[in-house]
Design a protein around this ligand. Structure first.
Ligand SMILES: [Zn+2]
Length: 265
């Protein structure tokens, strides 16, 4: 585009050189008109070049940014952990041709309706962590058991971690807090978080935590490993431990320990 005005100026210089001084006054208006026309023509041509030379990738990239903003969390509480990719030593570096670059759609979030907080938009994640340090210290697994207390269930709906009284309890994955209460009945001080794990809605429930230890509020977006509270012995509990329950959209509790073992990196 920049070459057009330069050509135009050169042409104008040549025209002026051919013109003798006495006639310049008479021919100037016509010359000026020609010049004006050529400037308009050049501007039009330039516009066409701009319109036709915008690469398809530029439009696609803008579109992706727009879509990405649709799924971006509205709250500023989300922190992004840096990602690394490890490759074997036999990996060969390859050149990526811009024309062959394929833009993948961001997966749509799961929208969950929760009575306490309304519509919850859950962004897909795959990163899963243990809810406490020292997860090997457990007292009771998932499934049938002899009731440890009067009124305790003979079928254990969760798994019991025993990392010690006051140990931080952490969210097992990115998600949204849908319950944060000190009046959880048998569950005592209880926090529930909903997650979108690989496209599936999963809820984790953290029970028996200490009074006054809840560090989140209902509706809050949390990240994997973010502290929710502290291990306690509130509700129907015989000693300080974290009772973790996990369930899907059907509400049926499943073995969270086996689930975590399969997913924690
Ligand atoms: Zn338990």
């Amino acid at each position: 585009m920049t070459s057009f005005p330069q050509r135009g100026r050169r042409a104008a210089t040549r025209s002026s050189a051919r013109t003798t001084a006495p006639r310049r006054g008479r021919i100037l208006p016509r010359f000026a008109a020609r010049q004006a026309f050529s400037v308009i023509a050049m501007a039009f041509t330039g516009g066409m070049i701009v319109a036709t030379s915008v690469p398809a990738l530029a439009i696609t990239a803008t579109d992706v940014e727009h879509r990405a903003s649709v799924y971006a969390p509205v709250e500023d509480t989300v922190t992004f952990t840096p990602q690394t990719v490890e490759v074997g030593s036999e990996a060969v570096e390859s050149t990526l041709a811009i024309e062959s670059y394929d833009v993948h759609k961001a997966p749509p979030p799961i929208v969950s309706e929760v009575a306490s907080v309304g519509a919850v938009s859950l962004i897909e994640t795959g990163a899963v962590v243990w809810p406490v340090q020292n997860p090997d210290r457990r007292s009771s697994g998932f499934g049938p058991r002899s009731a440890p207390c009067a009124g305790c269930s003979t079928v254990h709906d969760g798994i019991d971690f025993n990392p010690g009284d006051g140990t931080p309890v952490m969210s097992i994955a990115d998600g949204v807090v849908v319950l944060a209460t000190e009046g959880g009945g048998g569950l005592g001080v209880n926090v529930e978080v909903q997650h979108n794990i690989g496209g599936e809605l999963v809820t984790s429930s953290y029970a028996h935590m200490q009074y006054g230890s809840i560090a989140v509020s209902e509706g809050q977006r949390v990240t994997a490993g973010q502290q929710l509270g502290r291990v306690g012995t509130t509700g129907q509990s015989t000693g300080p431990h974290l009772h973790l329950e996990m369930f899907g959209t059907d509400g049926v509790r499943f073995d969270g320990f086996a689930w975590l073992v399969a997913r924690v990196g």
